[in-house]
Design a protein around this ligand. Structure first.
Ligand code: FES
Length: 567
């Protein structure tokens, strides 16, 4: 081992290659940075911390990140570090078209190349709206510096006419009420401002809150990162503590790869089940795992998800919101409950194990966080379905579904695309009843393109008018984490890539059985072969099979290769 005794402090740091030099190189790197008014001692070998910000006025969920970054900087200075804030492309669910998912990996590259190319020894990730969390984590994982994630926190509870209103979840409800005449246009307009009362991300257990919880369960964020509201002073206190801690992490060389282990991902999957987390977590955690070299499969999600019930009574699975979740104890109280399922020795960013962080946690409201032996809903987690309609798998979130529909056989009502759906769904002549299965094609990564969140497509007006609020719906799309219903998503291979979904016709019978993880199209192989010939224009007169090659749902939007073979 090299003898470092005579080395100046900081000469083993990555940033020393830029700021520690003498002569022309050192002059260049320091001189230009001093144009911001930096004293000489900032270049004395102290850790340089990048603050990777997704602030943008086009991403309202992250609109308070400038203030948050200032607090992180305060903590970095206090601990003897040198903060340098930098922007990356931000992705916001509400305003971006066609789908933020189309750009998640592009942002991950932006993050990775920024961290790689600039002089930083550690990095703080400021994340909030859905895709910003996985994109920044993916980019950072590829670089493997000491990394600490800080979420922006959820909005305060929405309040409309005396009742709590959840982001997204109530939007879907209000939209249905507008369709049925239970709400007027004026009511609907008034509800807008009542739904979003403060800075922050969606206040339901949607994708943003789910991913913020995943950061905490993975150990890459400080305890209580997920639930402290954005408008709560304690969010800003946490930002300052994050700044202090990341400097220590650089000194301890506590890199991301020491935290993002297989055990950490298993803990996160269990936590996702217990909180009734978003189906989008499947794609995002698998993509982050891929970047850090941990193998994680759909089978892991199903196996681990079966072990854990849903403990958290939050929208869309239940009735409370993230503010209530924080006051009830937040994720530490949930992790304490599922302690028997956790890898307790998993490392976390504050230097303690996951269990050391949560073993003293208490629950202050048992109607928000239920105990493990008396859960809120028996089925948490994400169920992974397979069958002839989904040879590459499909997912459903049982905790947000109607229990009576989890085993169902119904007649397919098919929409070939989202445009076809929009044109026909409210047609009074649409041949549909509540027992039917609504099926939407061509909304996957390739079909839309970009894998949009349209999988929870609203029911036909004439069904809603009967007082029915859920039907089995199947698609190759994703859905918002704020949404609910008996909704089968990510059906793979997608229709546009030649998946069996493309072959379904109106009137076909479809069987869903979540308990046995089965999704079956009750159509004979002969008829499917005939449809294949028709669909793909291959020569008639023989038997055909659909071959799916090289397919894997790894969260990086791999497109399956489909070929039709004559046998
Ligand atoms: Fe940004 Fe929900 S739209 S968190």
């Amino acid at each position: 081992m090299a003898d470092d005794r005579n080395k100046k402090p900081g000469t083993n740091l990555r940033s020393h290659k830029w700021f520690g030099g003498t002569g022309r190189e050192g002059f260049i790197y320091r001189s230009w940075v001093k144009n911001q008014g930096r004293p000489d001692d900032l270049f004395d070998g102290r850790p340089v911390i990048g603050i990777c910000s997704t602030w943008s006025e086009l991403v309202p969920c992250n609109g308070h990140f400038r203030d948050l970054a200032e607090r992180v900087k305060r903590g970095i200075y206090e601990a003897g570090g040198f903060p340098l804030e930098f922007p990356v492309t931000s992705l916001g669910e509400v305003l971006h078209k066609p789908s933020t998912m189309l750009l998640r990996n592009l942002v991950a590259m932006d993050v990775e190349e920024s961290i790689r190319g600039y002089p930083m020894d550690g990095v703080v990730l400021l994340v909030g709206c859905d895709k910003t969390t996985p994109a920044l984590m993916m980019g950072a994982a590829s670089c493997d510096l000491p990394t600490l994630a800080l979420s922006g926190g959820p909005m305060l509870n929405g309040k409309f006419r005396g009742a709590d209103v959840g982001s997204g979840t109530h939007l879907w409800k209000f939209t249905d009420m507008l369709k049925t005449g239970e709400m007027t246009e004026a009511d609907f307009f008034e509800a807008e401002a009542c739904s979003s009362r403060s800075t922050g991300t969606c206040n339901t257990m949607g994708t943003a809150s789910t991913m913020a919880s995943m950061l905490e369960a993975l150990g890459v964020a400080l305890p209580s990162n997920a639930a402290i509201p954005a408008a709560d002073a304690r969010r800003y206190t946490m930002a300052q503590l994050v700044g202090r801690r990341i400097v220590e992490m650089v000194r301890e060389d506590l890199r991301l790869s020491k935290i993002l282990t297989r055990d950490a991902f298993e803990n996160a999957i269990h936590a996702n089940g217990a909180i009734g987390g978003s189906t989008n977590a499947v794609l995002h955690l698998m993509a982050i795992a891929g970047r850090i070299g941990v193998e994680l499969t759909l089978a892991d999600w199903d196996r681990l998800g079966r072990e854990v019930p849903c403990l958290v009574n939050l929208m869309p699975s239940g009735k409370y919101l993230m503010e209530d979740f924080y006051y009830a104890g937040g994720l530490p109280a949930v992790l304490k409950e599922i302690g028997p399922l956790l890898h307790k020795n998993a490392a976390t960013v504050n230097g303690k194990t996951l269990w050391q962080n949560v073993e003293g946690a208490r629950c202050w409201n048992r109607d928000v966080i239920f105990p493990l032996d008396k859960p809120f809903k028996p089925q948490g987690g994400i169920a992974v379905l397979t069958g002839n309609l989904a040879p590459g798998g499909a997912v459903i979130k049982p905790s947000a579904a109607t229990p009576a529909l989890l085993e169902h056989r119904g007649r397919a009502v098919v929409f070939e695309s989202i445009a076809d759906y929009d044109a026909r769904v409210d047609d009074p002549k649409l041949d549909v009843d509540p027992s039917c299965v609504l099926l939407l094609k061509n909304c996957g990564p390739k079909g839309y393109p970009g894998f949009p969140e349209v999988g929870n497509f609203p029911l036909p007006r004439k069904i809603l008018a009967q007082g029915v609020d859920d039907m089995v719906r199947i698609s190759d799309a994703r859905m918002s984490g704020t949404a609910f219903g008996t909704v089968v998503l990510h059906t793979a291979p997608e229709a546009a890539a030649g998946g069996p979904l493309a072959l379904v016709k109106n009137g076909d019978m479809i069987e869903l059985d979540v308990a046995t993880r089965r999704l079956h199209l009750d159509v004979s192989p002969e008829e499917l072969a005939r449809r294949l010939v028709q669909q793909y224009g291959v020569a008639a007169g023989g038997d055909y099979i659909l071959r799916v090659s090289g397919f894997h749902l790894d969260g990086d939007l791999s497109i399956p290769a489909i070929s039709v073979l004559k046998v």
